[in-house]
Design a protein around this ligand. Structure first.
Ligand code: FAD
Length: 429
């Protein structure tokens, strides 16, 4: 590595590579520093049967749209990794793998100084593209579970085969929790699932993938400042659904009919007894209501545009929790051998010693542009649109940030911003 770069991109996932592609296209000198290997999260934090929830046609990294034979299908883990590897091979980013940035600060002259595991470097501008899922979240009541029970975070789960014989509890019903519960269920395990308030969506409706309808309806172009929830949408759980076996709904009620045990939220651990919330019915109803409301918006769109789409009967719940749904589970009596914590991730920006964070520790930015000249964030969920933290929207955000890093604002000698930019003030709210 050199001692100084005009631009350093931190992170070699799809966001960092996208940034590198657009910088290279503009002839802007830069380096990409990646702690592990490219596509590390897809390699190391996803289970064996993992596949995309978003259809392949939504994989549109800049200069590298999905070109396979199954645009309406859902790539499996190996294909996703290959898609990213092929991307890097096609444009050869100036990539340094195995290099972790351990501290980032800005000196009095406005130059960014980085400590890395390969030595100190500086840069005129920095794009932080390390995703938003840094530290697995496991509630501390996990410490009170009997020691014989194997505990994993969803990012560590690989397959039913790797768990000890016995019944398995999955805590959390977001996308990961529901998909892991299904994976275990299909493998013949008795699954106990603690259902939270995550919404769900149907996979198909009136002849199309719901994602395709929402795309036509402009949902994926809606900027965060026009969303009814504004920035609060960034903290919302994703709708659960799957791309497995060509794509289908995840209907937890159907799983219950087939023998999966559903509960409300995990409230407490008392010895070997798990205390469970009384909110199962409410949470299932809430998930169904969210799916119904998406369908209603599609119906409205179809009616308004006069599209000829087949009608579809409304969803009817196939199972209801019994009036006396169990509020406790005895780990010993149920021969529980493993718990999979599907309780999400949190961000860790502690190594960035620059005052751009808000009261909750989230980086303040407008479309990834911070108030500190030359510092940008890319790849965060809802950075600008729904697709910002996904394959579908990162290209638009990378292009936008690259426009802010236009060569005219880099001096030849240091790569410093030529003037103390106030461009973020000119951006939309
Ligand atoms: C379970 C799950 C399912 C998902 N499913 C989909 C889906 O179906 N479709 C979709 O479009 N999106 C999906 N996503 C969202 C998104 O596509 C992924 O999170 C994706 O990994 C984000 O890419 P990224 O490049 O922004 O971040 P990451 O893939 O997390 O890449 C960041 C990189 O930065 C590196 N890094 C971190 N810190 C440092 C440092 N200090 N120095 C140097 N390098 C560093 C990491 O090693 C990593 O390789 C899913 C996410 C999750 C968690």
């Amino acid at each position: 590595m050199r001692a100084h770069y005009p631009v350093v991109v931190i992170g070699g996932g799809q966001a960092g590579l996208s940034m590198s592609f657009v910088l290279k296209k503009r002839g802007i000198g830069h380096a990409v520093l990646e702690k592990h290997r490219i596509a590390n999260a897809w390699r190391t934090q996803r289970w064996d049967s993992f596949c995309l929830v978003t259809p392949n046609w939504q994989c549109r990294l800049p200069g590298h749209p999905y070109a396979g034979a199954d645009p309406h299908g859902f790539m499996v883990k190996g294909e996703i990794i290959r898609y990213i590897e092929d991307y890097a091979a096609a444009f050869e980013p100036p990539l340094h793998e195995g290099v972790s940035v351990t501290s980032l600060r800005r000196d009095d002259a406005g130059i960014f100084q980085m400590k890395t595991t390969a030595g100190d470097i500086s840069a005129g501008q920095v794009v932080v593209a390390i995703g938003g899922y840094h530290v697995p979240v496991i509630p501390r009541l996990a410490e009170r579970l009997p020691g014989r029970i194997v505990q994993l975070h969803s990012s560590e789960y690989r397959s039913a085969r790797e768990l000890p014989v016995g019944e398995v509890m999955v805590v959390g019903s977001g996308q990961s929790g529901c998909q892991i519960a299904e994976d275990l269920h299909l493998a013949g395990r008795r699954v106990h699932l603690c259902v939270g308030s995550a919404p769900r969506t149907a996979r198909w409706y009136r002849g199309k993938d719901v994602v395709e309808w929402l795309d036509r309806m402009g949902h994926y172009d809606l900027p965060v400042h026009e969303h009814p929830l504004r920035e609060r949408v960034r903290a919302k759980a994703n709708h659960y659904v799957t791309g497995r076996d060509g794509g289908r709904d995840i209907d937890l009620r159907k799983f219950a009919l087939e023998g999966m045990r559903l509960y409300g939220r995990l409230r407490n651990v008392r010895g070997c007894v798990l205390e469970l919330g009384a909110d199962l019915r409410r949470n299932l109803d809430h998930a169904d209501a969210s799916a119904a409301s998406i369908k209603a918006s599609i119906d409205k769109y179809i009616a308004a545009t006069g599209i000829d789409a087949p009608a579809e009967a409304p969803y009817r719940p196939v199972w209801e929790p019994p009036p006396q749904a169990p509020l406790e589970l005895d780990c010993d009596a149920s021969r529980l051998s493993a718990v999979i914590w599907s309780t999400g991730f949190r961000s860790d920006w502690s190594w960035i010693e620059i005052p751009v964070f808000d009261g909750r520790g989230y980086p303040g930015h407008k479309r990834g542009v911070t108030s500190v000249p030359g510092l940008y964030f890319l790849g965060l969920p809802w950075l600008y649109t729904w697709g910002s933290g996904r394959f579908s929207g990162v290209a638009r955000d990378a292009e936008f940030i690259a426009e802010q890093i236009h060569p005219s604002i880099l001096t030849a000698s240091t790569g410093m911003p030529e003037r103390q930019q106030s461009w973020s003030r000119a951006l939309p709210p």
